[in-house]
Design a binder for this molecule. Structure first.
Ligand SMILES: Cc1cc2nc3c(=O)[nH]c(=O)nc-3n(C[C@H](O)[C@H](O)[C@H](O)COP(=O)(O)OP(=O)(O)OC[C@H]3O[C@@H](n4cnc5c(N)ncnc54)[C@H](O)[C@@H]3O)c2cc1C
Length: 455
């Protein structure tokens, strides 16, 4: 192997996080190399609803223009459906300004991010696969890679290697102690010319046995994601088709049923596993994790890209402040500061995603949650401010989470308590605690035993 090049920052993977970081570092004096294994546009069902908090992060990095020009759709709030009832919750305003998210084709958006990084004079983009991280005496010194279509393995030395190789990362083990768990799968369909009951809204259908998400991704296309709980992916075939048409189809709002049936009959399904993986980074000189290789949560709340852009912003800002990239201590402290501060900005997104998924899998809790949000005012506005990542206040999230459970208890016990109702209420409270406590622990809130004792 021959050492071909040296750079300040090598980014492994030019997807959502990697390409955004390259764009943010663009125009600086930092010499950046991005190695991406496939630069062609992908047809993916992931990362197609960007919450307003993610849009805000792009604005902070001067990258918000990348949301224009590819038919991305503004999203202004959420609509919830359950047992024939429905209601809408608008995203909150900040200082009189409406916060909006975007529905989009992920592949098109990633190409926008990539086109932008290719324009940057200080960024070199290589189409090729990283085959290993160069590690010497506990320090990451760069990568080995193969350019597309070539057999030769090359070396690239880097003062910092940013690993952003996504959901199936093969390098995260070298930079963290991950505990990855599959909580289910999403089956994705594209509905054509579908009339959404609430245009420009994310739709959550609180179906049985588990939720369905619907949102616009272009002016003529609507994404539907159907949850399949458990570790096994749904098997394509007639049985699946029947399940979709009969069990799921009957629970959908009537205005979308025809386009749903057409999409199912068309048979173009894509299936992806949904992971939960808390960030457990290990500080190693010369290396840092970003995006899904660092941290994953259930996609129910569409929070992944917002976490990724928050991390890109926090890490990128620290890197831009480094006066001399050859001083490894400066690079290490920029990385350490990123790992230390990120949690305060990403914890609510991570906790809410899997807490809400837990709620959706529990009959009593999901009914309580639906009815709680339906009350409107701060009962819906504050939780949606967390969902949209406009607010990142963990206390607010915990307060609403338990308020939902207490509200559910009140409803179960009325008009009068009896033994069976008391037992149901007790179980619901217990389930709430067992949903939220591990999620709080994942985010570093270790003093949760006191909370458990109180309840
Ligand atoms: C079913 C599903 C739905 C989702 N929906 C949403 C949503 O609506 N909203 C949202 O915000 N988030 C959503 N997410 C999460 C979101 O997609 C991710 O958080 C986000 O894409 C993470 O970005 P990333 O850069 O880490 O990974 P990616 O965008 O996947 O980028 C990783 C890149 O690394 C490249 N790569 C991999 N290995 C190598 C290698 N060895 N060498 C070179 N390159 C390599 C890949 O080709 C890829 O381009 C969803 C996730 C799932 C599973």
């Amino acid at each position: 192997m021959e050492s071909k090049k040296t750079c300040d920052v090598c980014i492994v993977g030019g997807g959502v996080a990697g390409a955004a970081l390259a764009g943010y570092l663009g125009g600086s004096s930092i010499n950046v190399v991005v190695i991406e294994k496939n630069l062609t546009e992908q047809d993916r069902i992931v990362g197609e609803l960007l919450q307003p908090g993610g849009v805000e992060m792009l604005e902070r990095m001067g990258l918000q223009h990348l949301l224009d020009g590819f038919d991305a759709q503004p999203v202004t709030g959420y609509a919830l459906f359950m047992n024939g009832e429905n209601f809408q919750i608008a995203y909150p305003e900040t200082n009189g300004k409406l916060n909006t998210g975007r529905g989009m084709r992920n592949g098109k958006f990633v190409q926008r991010l990539r086109d932008n990084m290719k324009l940057q004079q200080n960024v070199t983009v290589i189409e090729g696969s990283v085959t290993g991280l160069l590690e010497e005496e506990g320090r990451i010194k760069g990568v080995t890679y193969k350019t597309k279509g070539e057999d030769e393995t090359l070396c690239l030395n880097a003062k910092l290697t940013v690993v952003s190789d996504g959901i199936f990362s093969v390098f995260r083990n070298q930079l963290s102690n991950p505990q990855k768990k599959v909580s289910g799968h999403f089956l994705g369909l594209v509905l054509k010319n579908c009339e959404l009951p609430y245009p420009n809204h994310g739709h959550v259908i609180v179906a049985k046995p588990s939720p369905v998400l619907v949102y616009p991704i272009t002016s003529t296309e609507t994404r539907m994601l159907i949850d399949f709980p458990g570790e096994d992916a749904p098997r394509k075939g007639e049985e699946l088709k029947n399940y979709l048409l009969n069990t799921i189809g009957n629970q959908l709002p009537s205005s979308i049923r025809n386009s749903f049936t057409e999409a199912v009959e068309g048979g173009k399904f894509k299936v992806m596993p949904n992971h939960i993986m808390a960030a457990r980074p290990v500080m190693k000189e010369g290396g840092v994790l970003l995006g899904d290789s660092l941290n994953m949560r259930h996609p129910l709340t569409g929070g992944g890209m917002t976490v990724a852009f928050t991390d890109v912003y926090l890490l990128g800002k620290n890197l831009l402040e480094i006066a001399d990239f050859s001083k490894s201590a400066e690079v290490s402290s920029a990385v350490a500061a990123f790992y230390k501060t990120r949690n305060s900005q990403t914890a609510t997104i991570n906790i809410l995603a899997d807490a809400l998924y837990g709620v959706m899998r529990n009959e009593d809790l999901k009914e309580a949650c639906f009815n709680y949000l339906k009350r409107g005012g701060s009962y819906s506005q504050e939780p949606v401010s967390i969902l949209s990542a406009v607010s990142r206040d963990v206390k607010l999230l915990i307060r609403h989470f338990f308020a939902v459970a207490v509200y559910g208890v009140k409803n179960i016990l009325s008009p009068f308590p009896n033994g069976k109702r008391l037992m149901r209420s007790y179980n619901m409270l217990k389930d709430s605690v067992s949903i939220i406590v591990p999620l709080l622990r994942n985010e570093g809130f270790t003093d949760v035993n006191r909370l458990r004792a109180k309840l």
